[in-house]
Write a protein that binds this ligand. Structure first.
Ligand SMILES: *[C@@H]1O[C@H](CO)[C@@H](O)[C@H](O)[C@H]1NC(C)=O
Ligand SMILES: *[C@@H]1O[C@H](CO)[C@@H](O)[C@H](O)[C@H]1NC(C)=O
Ligand SMILES: *[C@@H]1O[C@H](CO)[C@@H](O)[C@H](O)[C@H]1NC(C)=O
Ligand SMILES: *[C@@H]1O[C@H](CO)[C@@H](O)[C@H](O)[C@H]1NC(C)=O
Ligand SMILES: *[C@@H]1O[C@H](CO)[C@@H](O)[C@H](O)[C@H]1NC(C)=O
Ligand SMILES: *[C@@H]1O[C@H](CO)[C@@H](O)[C@H](O)[C@H]1NC(C)=O
Ligand SMILES: *[C@@H]1O[C@H](CO)[C@@H](O)[C@H](O)[C@H]1NC(C)=O
Length: 399
């Protein structure tokens, strides 16, 4: 059940090119991530990541903070944002290789500089609000709530010290700008601490999950860490396809190539990479839908491979697997409709993920290491080959 990294597919989370989670759960769980890192040259002790899917209570978070601080500097800078969800990283974090455009350039640089980082992906609701008290207990030092604009080298407390910087969160169209400003504040504060030659431990978390996209997380800290640090492979910048449901964005799709091949005659396969016309400009999504249990993404094309109309449809469902007590999102079928004919591929059981993740695959293919298989022997799918690379699909949860 936990074979989410089977074949060449994996779940990917983080600041760099990753897509948003499958989250069809309603009501959504509301969890907040916590990211901890240290100034250059100081390593965090290696800690086992929290169990996948674990929503951490105060009692579970405390040992992590205690262990980490057993070796890291006791000058702790806590950036406490009003709201934060993992989606803020994924949505505004320079996704899809578009790093310059991300809202977290400084954070990304600090994480890259730090030799290690700790990511607790899902604090239960209310736990982050307890973090100052937990840190105070571990450090034996009262918190100092500081306004970043008045922070100077002189006003820095000495070790042990708990410096708390409150950061706002902006909803809607403001989100990215506010996150960007916060990123600058993080940089300014850490530069000040650095200029005072104080090694530090920094923590970034939020008091509440951000309103826009509620996120229920289950990734391992290692996965997050890796992708946070991962430099995106160079590729042309293209925006994802986003389908808006009644309550806002609900499905996203991104791929480097979306290659479909049709066998017009024996031994003649005509191919076309749909990616270019899918992402720029965005293709028509007419026929797509989202509901509690399923989502359907329909990409509509014209004049492809000599077909007047061609649609590429992804049928996804959310299922509850009692064994893991979790919801898993499955890409059930991929369907091609072309001038009145239909070809249907079943998604193999490889194409699933915990509902909270987006699904990422270096390759989704019907021919090489196939994860897509023809519906049956007679289905038109036998005339088609599908070959997608760097494929990511996800469904949002919005409330
Ligand atoms: C989807 O909604 C977002 C805002 O939530 C908007 O910016 C975007 O243009 C919408 N897309 C479509 C295709 O309507
Ligand atoms: C698409 O895939 C076929 C094999 O199925 C390959 O021959 C062709 O070169 C690919 N085209 C593109 C544009 O990737
Ligand atoms: C989805 O689930 C929520 C609560 O679980 C319910 O209120 C809502 O009516 C459902 N929507 C649909 C379309 O079934
Ligand atoms: C859809 O989800 C609702 C709960 O949200 C559940 O009661 C219902 O049985 C599900 N339907 C299917 C077809 O799985
Ligand atoms: C598409 O149709 C045109 C004319 O109908 C034909 O000349 C061309 O060879 C066809 N292309 C393919 C790939 O079959
Ligand atoms: C494809 O899925 C359908 C149910 O959705 C099932 O009846 C059929 O047997 C599957 N085909 C294969 C080849 O597994
Ligand atoms: C294959 O599936 C189609 C429906 O997609 C059905 O009409 C046909 O009878 C099936 N063929 C076999 C051999 O099961």
């Amino acid at each position: 059940m936990a074979e989410v990294k089977k074949s060449n597919c994996s779940l990917r989370m983080g600041v760099s090119r990753l897509l948003v989670s499958f989250l069809l759960i309603s009501p959504c769980h509301c969890q907040v991530p916590l990211v901890m890192w240290t100034s250059e040259g100081i390593a965090l002790p290696s800690l086992d990541p929290p169990a996948v899917g674990q929503m951490m209570s105060v009692g579970q978070v405390k040992p992590y903070l205690t262990s980490a601080l057993s070796t890291t500097p006791h000058t702790v800078v806590l950036f406490l944002q009003d709201k934060l969800s993992m989606e803020d990283f994924t949505v505004y974090g320079g996704v899809f290789g578009n790093k310059e455009d991300g809202a977290f350039p400084s954070l990304q640089a600090y994480l890259k500089m730090a030799s290690s980082l700790l990511v607790l992906p899902s604090l239960a609701r209310g736990v982050a609000a307890e973090v100052p008290a937990l840190l105070q207990e571990v450090l034996g030092s009262p918190p100092l709530y500081t306004d970043p604009s008045s922070l100077t080298q002189q006003s820095l407390p000495t070790d042990p010290a708990l410096l708390i910087i409150g950061l706002p969160y902006g909803s809607g169209t403001l989100t990215k700008d506010v996150l960007q400003q916060n990123d600058e504040i993080i940089d300014k504060v850490l530069q000040t601490v650095k200029a005072a030659n104080m090694p530090y431990t920094a923590i970034y978390t939020g008091l509440q999950p951000s309103r826009v996209i509620e996120y229920s997380s289950a990734m391992s800290a290692q996965l997050v860490g890796r992708s946070l640090l991962q430099s995106p492979t160079p590729s042309p910048v293209k925006p994802p396809v986003v389908f808006n449901g009644t309550q806002g964005a609900c499905i996203l799709l991104w791929a480097d190539t979306l290659n479909v091949s049709f066998q017009r005659r024996p031994n003649q396969w005509d191919s076309e990479d749909l990616a270019d016309i899918t992402f720029i400009p965005s293709v028509s999504l007419s026929g797509s839908s989202c509901s509690n249990n399923s989502s359907v993404l329909v990409l509509n094309y014209n004049n492809i491979l000599n077909f007047t109309s061609l649609t590429l449809t992804f049928m996804m469902t959310k299922r509850f697997f009692p064994v893991s007590a979790r919801h898993w999102a499955l890409v059930e079928q991929v369907r091609l409709e072309y001038d009145g004919q239909t070809a249907t591929f079943n998604g193999s059981r490889d194409i699933y993920s915990p509902a909270e993740y987006s699904y990422h695959c270096q390759m989704v293919s019907s021919s090489i290491d196939p994860q897509l298989v023809a519906f049956n022997n007679t289905d038109n799918a036998k005339f088609w080959r599908i070959h997608f690379t760097d494929f990511q699909v996800g469904a949002y949860c919005t409330q």
